[in-house]
Design a protein around this ligand. Structure first.
Ligand SMILES: [Zn+2]
Length: 380
């Protein structure tokens, strides 16, 4: 997800006081599609919300679920009627229940006594949405709703449905229950089995426009202006990532890359001494954060992409690491196109090594030695 950090997603683009789809930020085309379905009373039995992380897919699914049961619906939800309040209460209870289950070490107890409310947000309890979760859902789906006129099951991170449970869900989607609607949420639709995908009407989300994110960040007192500019770029259209941006954490993650790039760019003319120590130190630092190595690599990719843009057009306004433009502009010609491409290939290699569980430090060191000793490869 995003830079691989564990952002608490969801509920970010939603505030309790918000009482309308109008309060939703970005993705007007998704809102329009949903409003049209609600207005025509043509909500399909199964919807699939797909698109980047942190743009509000889940928030909008919760809003839509409310609108489908609201006493003042179905074009919108009021957040004030008894049903909207009930919906809110359901979602709150579910989150508490999920937290309790996730903490349980006992695999049987994790799924013991699963009860589904009329509006239910289904999420992975472990790495997966477990077979028992889907089995229970299937049993409930065909019964009449208990308290609300309809039932809406929102399946978040649908790509995590355990493979043994996919067929169970498919059976329900093939014979959709009259009173139950499903909203599946999955960043990349192609992570779902095609049989599931083809059963769902798709609502595609886009990254949120930078202007909207900047406007939102304008109210964040904890960030300085340059940090806001950086957050807007790093978040790449994700409201959740922008709001959760931690400048100190980002700097920590980026620093070893800067040391690495600096050591590489600083190399003097052929024959001058190479600062091997700083190179090895930065290689070690880069390899250290193995829990979130993908996040570390993404920062590296963003820096290389910035260098590339600045090399091709020093006035480029597409730089992610906006706070470093001047430094990057200085490094870009020293690394030259061939050097940047070689670093990119090195990152790809580090990524593959990581997948094979090989120590990535070795990869970075080799890459550094390769770059520093290959005099022609850096365009000198
Ligand atoms: Zn209402």
């Amino acid at each position: 997800m995003g830079l691989g950090l564990r952002w608490p997603l969801g509920f970010c683009t939603y505030r309790h006081k918000d009482m309308s789809f109008d309060s939703f930020l970005g993705n007007p085309q998704a809102i329009a599609a949903i409003r049209e379905m609600l207005a025509g009373g043509r909500v399909p039995g199964a919807l699939l919300f797909t698109g980047p992380e942190g743009v509000g897919k889940r928030t909008l699914a919760l809003m839509m679920a409310k609108a489908m049961v609201c006493e003042n619906g179905p074009l919108d939800f009021c957040n004030q009627c008894a049903r909207c309040r009930k919906a809110e209460q359901f979602f709150f209870t579910e989150r508490e229940d999920l937290a309790r289950r996730r903490e349980s070490k006992d695999s049987t107890r994790r799924v013991e006594g699963l009860v589904y409310f009329d509006l239910q947000l289904i999420e992975p309890i472990t790495k997966f949405i477990l077979t028992e979760q889907i089995r229970q859902l299937r049993t409930i789906a065909y019964t009449r709703p208990f308290e609300l006129p309809r039932r809406v099951f929102i399946i978040d991170e649908a790509q995590t449905i355990h493979w043994q449970a996919v067929d169970l869900l498919l059976k329900v989607l093939e014979e959709p229950p009259e009173t139950t609607s499903f909203i599946l949420i999955c960043p990349n639709a192609y992570e779902l089995r095609s049989t599931i995908r083809s059963r769902c009407m798709r609502v595609v989300f886009q990254p949120v426009e930078e202007a909207i994110i900047k406007d939102l960040l304008g109210r964040e007192k904890r960030l300085t202006e340059p940090q806001k500019a950086l957050a807007a770029r790093v978040s790449a259209g994700s409201v959740a990532h922008a709001l959760n941006f931690d400048p100190a954490e980002y700097q920590n993650r980026r620093q070893p890359w800067l040391d690495f790039l600096e050591a590489t760019a600083r190399r003097g003319p052929p024959g001058t001494a190479v600062d091997w120590r700083s190179l090895f130190d930065s290689a070690r630092a880069l390899a250290e954060n193995r829990d979130d190595f993908e996040g570390t690599l993404k920062v590296g990719y963003s820096l290389l992409s910035d260098l590339m843009h600045l090399l091709l057009d020093p006035a480029a306004d597409t730089v992610v690491n906006v706070d470093l433009s001047t430094r990057l502009k200085g490094w870009a010609p020293k690394l030259a196109l061939s050097g940047i491409e070689k670093l990119k290939a090195g990152l790809d290699q580090a990524y593959r090594l990581q997948i094979r569980n090989v120590n990535p430090q070795l990869g970075f060191e080799t890459l550094g030695i390769d770059l520093l000793s290959g005099h022609n490869s850096l365009g000198h």
